[in-house]
Design a protein around this ligand. Structure first.
Ligand SMILES: [Zn+2]
Length: 229
């Protein structure tokens, strides 16, 4: 597996400009709160021993009306390579306005360039107007236990951040993701987990619930014993 975490693979049309707190501040704070929990549980961050030292994990939430058309469901997302920052502010976000898988193109604005996994987030928002939050975590334990937990998993040969991943996520959603388990593992993207939901809170809780289940399995496999992983 080639670790290429953090490399932007789509054509980015990015305009650098400030984000107005009165417009996106509330959404940013909700994301920052859950991203903080994810940092504390090791689901986002940077580790010199993992993924060649690239920062990992990103979070986003929809902006604007649910009725927006496909490829135009704008969302606020953390900037590329911001996952190891201790304190996150509005300057670490971008707004993705448009995304086009066929042309591998993402149009955005904001103080930071959008996460390299923006295309995958866009693909998930296109699945339904009710989806308002996507969290992308990196969890070795949850990823390792994905099969055991029967989590839908993207095909191994599909690399992250590509249009192929966008199509693969949509295929998986239609074929296997159940409404009561809005979570999937990325087979070809080491430790990659994606959860999504109607609100940031609901989505964050789904992530923590499945993380706990993975720890439960690990504990049971260790003969009711779980040392710090
Ligand atoms: Zn990732």
């Amino acid at each position: 597996m080639i670790p290429q975490e953090g490399v932007i693979k789509f054509r980015a049309e990015h305009t650098r400009r400030e984000l107005a707190a009165r417009r996106v501040g509330e959404t940013a704070c909700r994301l920052i709160a859950w991203r903080e929990i994810m940092a504390l549980t090791g689901l986002v961050g940077r580790d010199p021993r993992r993924y060649e030292g690239a920062a990992y994990g990103n979070v986003s939430a929809r902006l604007g009306p649910p009725s927006a058309g496909l490829g135009r469901r704008s969302f606020l997302i953390t900037g590329t390579q911001t996952s190891d920052k201790r304190c996150l502010g509005l300057d670490d976000f971008a707004v993705v306005e448009r995304f086009d898988f066929a042309r591998n193109r993402v149009r955005s604005y904001g103080p930071a360039e959008p996460s390299s996994e923006s295309m995958t987030h866009g693909a998930i928002y296109d699945l339904g107007p009710h989806i308002r939050c996507v969290l992308h975590a990196h969890s070795p334990i949850l990823w390792r236990r994905a099969r055991h937990l029967r989590l839908p998993t993207t095909a191994e040969q599909v690399p992250y951040g590509t249009p192929e991943m966008a199509y693969e996520v949509q295929r998986l959603y239609r074929e296997t993701v159940l409404p009561e388990r809005p979570i999937l593992a990325m087979g070809g993207h080491e430790d990659g987990i994606v959860v999504f939901g109607r609100t940031t809170e609901e989505t964050g809780q789904v992530l923590l619930k499945w993380l706990a289940r993975a720890y439960e399995l690990e504990c049971a496999a260790g003969d009711v014993n779980l040392c710090s992983l």
